[in-house]
Design a protein around this ligand. Sequence first.
Ligand SMILES: Cc1cc2nc3c(=O)[nH]c(=O)nc-3n(C[C@H](O)[C@H](O)[C@H](O)COP(=O)(O)OP(=O)(O)OC[C@H]3O[C@@H](n4cnc5c(N)ncnc54)[C@H](O)[C@@H]3O)c2cc1C
Length: 509
Amino acid sequence: MFHRAATPALLAGLLLAAGSSVAASSQASLTSSGIKGCDALIAAGLESQLIFPTDATTYEDRVSSWWSASSRLRPWCIVQPRNTDEVSSAVKALSEAGAGSFAVRSGGHSHWAGGSNIQNGVTIDLGLMNATTYDPATGVVSLQPAPRWGDVFETLEGYGVAVSGGRDANVGVGGFLVGGGNSYYSGRHGFGCDGVVNAEVVLADGSVVSANSSTNRKLWKALKGGIGNFGIVTRFDMQAFPAGPLWGGSRASAKSYTSEVAQAVVNFTDGYENNPEAAFLINFTYQPTISSEVVIAQVLVDTDGVENPPAFAEIQEIPELFNDIKVRTMSGIASDYVLPSGYYNAWFTLTMKNDVRVVEKAAELNEQLVSDLLEVMSSDDLVTQCLFQPLPKFFADIGVEKGGNVLGMDEVEGNSLLWLLTITGTTPEHEAVIHTKGAAMKAALDEYAESIDAKVPLLYVNYADPSQDPLKSYGTRNLRFMEKVAAKYDPDGLFQRRVPGSFRLSRVE
Ligand SMILES: Cc1cc2nc3c(=O)[nH]c(=O)nc-3n(C[C@H](O)[C@H](O)[C@H](O)COP(=O)(O)OP(=O)(O)OC[C@H]3O[C@@H](n4cnc5c(N)ncnc54)[C@H](O)[C@@H]3O)c2cc1C
C-alpha cells in the first residue's frame, strides 16, 4: 500500500474523554473506579493491569497506538492481561458483572471505529502478550495474539522458516488470523488461518480450551474466519515451512496502461496455480507526494527468491515509472512497506470474477472518485488505493485440505479478484466525506459487476466496512455452522451481546 512520503518504499501493496467521570487512577490501593466493568476487573485482582484516562500519558499513548485515527476511541478503562490466566480472569469478571460492553484488541490495525476498541466500555488489550516461540523439533511456531508480523518473521528467519503472515510489518497476529490472513505465501500455503494447527482459546465462562483437528474441531474451523465470535484466542500454533530471502517489491506504471495491467493481473490469476510461489497485486493509487495523477502500482513477489521469474514477464513488459524490486527478507519487505498510522480511514471490499472488465471499470470509477474528493479536500490530505489481488480457486482448496475454514471461498466457482478500496484523510470531517464517496464507488462497482455477471458475493472480513456484512457473505452453510459453534461454546451469547464492535453473528441480516 502507499504511504504519504515520497519514497519508493511507500509504494507497496496495501492497509469527550469517556473516562472523565472516573475519579481514581490505577493506583495500588484502588478499589473502585465508579464503572462497573472496571470495578469487576479490580475485584478480580487485575488492578495493576488497568489503565484509566486519569493515567494521562500512559492512557493517551495507548489510545494513540491504534493504527487508524478512526479507531482511537476512549474506553472507560483498558485492561492489559500478561498471560492466559489474566485473560481468563478478565473475561470471567466482565461476564459476571452482567452488563457493560467490551472490545478485544491484538495489534490494533482494525481500520474502523469500534473494530477493536470501544467508547464507554472496557477494552481488553492483549498488547503485552507478544511472544513468538519456535520449536525446531516439531516445526510449530507458537504465537501469542499480539506480536507484529515483522517481529514474527524476524524471529523465524533465524531458523530459516516462515508462516503465512501479514505483508505489513506492524499488523498484529490476532486480528489477521481470526479474519483469514492473505499473505505473500498464500499460493503455496493458503491464508494465514489455514496454517493454524492449534489454538488456545478463552471461552465466555473464562475456561481455557484447545482447538485443533482432534479436540474441539468445529471450534478450530470456526475460528478460521469467525473473527472473535467464539472467544479470545490467547495462542496460535502455526505449522512453519522452510523459507529464505524472497525477490519482491513494487513498481508503477502510468494510468494510460490500465488495459495492459488489467489483462496482466487476469492472466496471472488464471495461471497462478502454475506459479504458487509468486504473489502479485495491482493498485490504482492517488499519492500526491509521488504524482499529481493516479498511477498503477504493482507488487511483485517470488517467495523462492528467483529474480524476474516468467510469472511476471507480461507485467514487466509494461513501461514503468520506477521499480524498487530486489532480493530481501520477508521481515525486510514487510518493514519497507509499512503503511503510516494516524489517518482517518474508509475501506470497502468486494470480490469479483477474474474479468478484465471489472478492473477497467474500477479504474474509471476511481478516477472519478479522486476527482470528486479533490473538489472537497486538499491534495495534501488525500491518499486513495484501489487494489486488486488474485483470489484463485486453489487458495480455497488449500484451506479445505488443511481442515477447512469458514471464509466461504470454497463455495465460489472459478477464479476471483479481491478488491479493496482504501481512502485516508486527516480530519473527522474528511472521514465522513471519504466514507460517503467510497460507499458510492463500491455500490457502482458492485452494480456493474452484477450487470455483467461478474459479481461474487464474498466479502473479506479483514477489509470490510462496518456497513458491509462479511459473515453473511460466507454463505448459509458457514453461517449456520458458526451459529451452532457460538451456541455451544458461548451459550449465553457474551461475545454476541457484550462485544458490540467488530462483526457479530447476532447482527447478520
Ligand atoms: C496497514 C495494513 C496492512 C494490512 N495488510 C494485510 C495483509 O497483508 N493481508 C491481510 O489479509 N490483511 C491485511 N490487513 C488487514 C488486517 O488483517 C486486519 O486489520 C486485522 O484485523 C489486523 O489484526 P490486528 O490484530 O492488528 O487487529 P485488531 O484491531 O487488534 O483486531 C481486529 C479484530 O480481530 C479481533 N481480535 C483480535 N485479536 C483477537 C484474538 N486474539 N481473539 C479473538 N479476536 C481477536 C478484534 O476483536 C477485532 O474484531 C492490513 C491492515 C492494515 C491496516
